[in-house]
Design a protein around this ligand. Structure first.
Ligand code: TXA
Ligand code: MG
Length: 353
């Protein structure tokens, strides 16, 4: 265990002394958890192999799952990537700083451990004033996966980081809730056809407006697990999972609600503690039942669902539910990112109504 220092910062005017201390910690090879607009990141100096090793250790992350490097400014891109295709600059101009990550050919100066031995590198400029202040002050590229223990839901608040990584990181910068709540969209620009590897904060539709040839990669688990370098390594692992089992319902709103209620009652009858993620208008349906309910806001409000999703999964775990029932969302816009996280949290427990 190491001593973890936590600093509460005003997002719009982060305290200079705390930023300087955290930046020095990064430069010297320490671990700093910091807020981004998507989720909290667990940062380390990307140019220092010993610091990178600490990330994998702190998270318990499989060593073959590569990290995203974070930059403060576009002029740092050529320090970490080479043979940058022209489309990169157009996308960066439009979407950076922001929740979009590019996979590009890796610069030889970046230790291979950052990308788990691959010759590519994932990189983004985050749009959060605290992240940008830290990256600017550190003046080195910063590798930062989501600041959760491996397999757990990502951390969208400093409290989540403390719960998962307290005693394993040197510094945590607390600037309240991350504003988007799901991770960045990852696109691979090293292939003939650009591939969307992970849906996230920027939608496929918005990206296709600039890059019409962009397609979403559909993981093929059999062939991916058979190769040393799967196309989208992060998609292979158990992920975003609360301790409770997640049951995911797909179908017409009313039919799903009826089925969820029947299942909730049946599960309770077997002695299980049932948790539900529900839109406001559906909560009354469950009032009589003795369930633990987390409200996700107005039905169809995807921004609100993304913002609270991981916090709700963690909250239900904290209340020791055995099973969580939740309805799947449409696969468009931000819904694609939410649907992906829900489907992976549920590990294939899909109920079509
Ligand atoms: O929003 C985000 O992206 C957050 C914040 C902290 O920036 N970071 C994040 O990192 O979600 P992480 O490590 O949890 O997810 C990184 C994803 C994984 O799916 C990983 O497999 C993929 O990016 N990735 C990283 N480098 C890659 C590479 N060279 N080739 C293919 N996929 C890569
Ligand atoms: Mg992650």
């Amino acid at each position: 265990m190491i001593e973890t220092k936590v600093f509460a910062l005003e997002p719009s005017a982060p305290d200079h002394a705390a930023i300087t201390l955290a930046a020095t910690c990064l430069q010297e090879g320490g671990l700093v958890a910091f807020p981004t607009e998507t989720v909290y990141g667990l940062g380390a100096n990307a140019l220092m192999p010993s610091a990178i090793e600490k990330i994998y250790w702190a998270k318990g992350r499989p060593s073959n799952n590569p990290l995203i490097v974070h930059l403060a400014r576009l002029d740092q891109l050529e320090q970490v990537a080479v043979n940058i295709p022209p489309v990169t600059w157009a996308l960066a101009e439009h979407f950076w700083p922001g929740p979009l990550t590019f996979v590009l050919p890796r610069h030889a100066d970046v230790p291979a451990a950052v990308s788990a031995g691959r010759d590519t590198i994932a990189v983004r400029i985050p749009a959060h004033p605290v992240a940008l202040a830290l990256l600017e002050a550190a003046a080195v590229p910063v590798a930062a996966p989501s600041a959760n223990r491996s397999t757990r839901p990502s951390a969208t608040s400093a409290q989540h980081v403390i719960a998962d990584l307290g005693g394993r990181v040197d510094v945590i910068l607390d600037a309240g809730m991350a504003s988007i709540g799901v991770e960045s969209t990852v696109i691979d620009l090293t292939r003939e056809t650009p591939l969307l590897l992970r849906p996230g904060g920027v939608s496929l539709e918005d990206l296709q407006a600039l890059v019409p040839s962009l397609v979403r990669y559909v993981p093929d688990h059999d062939s991916d697990e058979a190769t040393a370098e799967p196309v989208s390594p992060g998609m292979l692992y158990k992920h975003y999972a609360p301790k409770a089992k997640v049951l995911l319902y797909e179908g017409d709103d009313r039919a799903v609600l009826t089925r969820m209620r029947a299942d909730a009652i049946a599960l309770q009858a077997t002695g299980q503690r049932v948790g539900l993620l529900l839109p406001e208008d559906a909560i009354a349906t469950f009032d009589a039942a003795d369930t633990v309910i987390e409200s996700v806001g107005r039905r169809g409000d995807l921004d609100s669902l993304a913002f609270t999703l991981f916090a709700h999964l963690r909250a239900l775990d904290a209340q020791n539910v055995d099973v969580i029932l939740v309805q799947q969302v449409p696969n468009t816009g931000l819904g694609a990112a939410i649907a992906d996280r829900l489907s992976r949290a549920s590990e294939g427990n899909l109920i079509k109504v």
